[in-house]
Design a binder for this molecule. Structure first.
Ligand SMILES: N[C@@H](CCC(=O)N[C@@H](CS)C(=O)NCC(=O)O)C(=O)O
Length: 221
């Protein structure tokens, strides 16, 4: 499989964790999203992603090349095709609880503070207004996640088992630090993050360890 990714893209980070957890090898294809480069806008990339975004998962079956975008769709696909280890618990409500956490990140936080949104906000209102907005939406979403996680005692966010909730929330915490969000109020999220960081599939997916990260061969300056 090939993953079109950018080291600091949290949506790509989710898919890297997923592939590692499922034990699926992949070729890393870097797309440089830096505003000074914007490789996603190059002519060929529209055929890879109509939204001109990463992540994109690409694989071949016989003659056919398949591409899938949107990390939630990718997560559900991988869960169905590679059910072990399972990242969704048994029971309709428990599964819905995990998806609830996934959606808080996927639609409640990330689109409001992604590179495109913040770039436009900075154009309209200046860099510091955009930064403040990002801090606010991240902290608001993390507050909701912390409350949900505390309501479900256990070593992980939705109970005793690792699930898609960690796959989505751990990258968002990385981004929260980038934006200087105070993580003090999110004690359970940070505790679970430490537990996940000690696991190889999460550690290997970390932005700093990607081939396009600064300091890595092929990394950005
Ligand atoms: N809903 C999408 C979000 C994808 C997304 O926002 N990707 C960002 C990086 S995290 C991107 O490629 N931004 C570049 C752009 O929009 O120009 C997913 O979950 O995969």
């Amino acid at each position: 499989m090939r993953l079109y990714s950018y080291y600091r893209s949290t949506s790509s980070y989710r898919v890297r964790i997923l592939l590692n957890l499922k034990g699926i090898e992949f070729e890393y294809h870097a797309v440089d999203l830096r505003p000074t480069v914007r490789a996603q806008e190059t002519a060929g990339f529209e055929g890879v992603s109509a939204m001109r975004q990463v992540p994109v998962l690409q694989w071949q079956e016989g003659e056919r090349v398949h591409r899938l975008t949107q990390s939630v769709a990718i997560a559900e696909y991988l869960e169905e095709r590679h059910p072990e280890p399972s990242l969704l618990p048994r029971g309709a409500l428990a599964r819905a609880r995990v998806r609830e956490m996934v959606e808080i990140v996927n639609s409640g936080i990330q689109p409001l503070q992604n590179i495109r949104t913040l770039g436009r906000l900075a154009d309209l209102g200046g860099e510091s207004a955009a930064h403040l907005w990002a801090q606010e939406v991240i902290a608001r979403g993390l507050g909701a996640l912390e409350a949900l996680a505390r309501a479900h005692p256990g070593a992980f966010l939705a109970g005793e088992a690792l699930s898609l909730a960690e796959v989505f929330v751990i990258p968002q915490l990385y981004n929260a630090r980038r934006f200087g969000v105070d993580l003090g109020p999110f004690e359970k999220l940070v505790t679970v993050e430490a537990r996940c960081s000690a696991l190889e599939p999460f550690a290997r997916a970390h932005p700093d360890r990607q081939p396009d990260a600064p300091g890595q061969e092929g990394g950005s300056p």
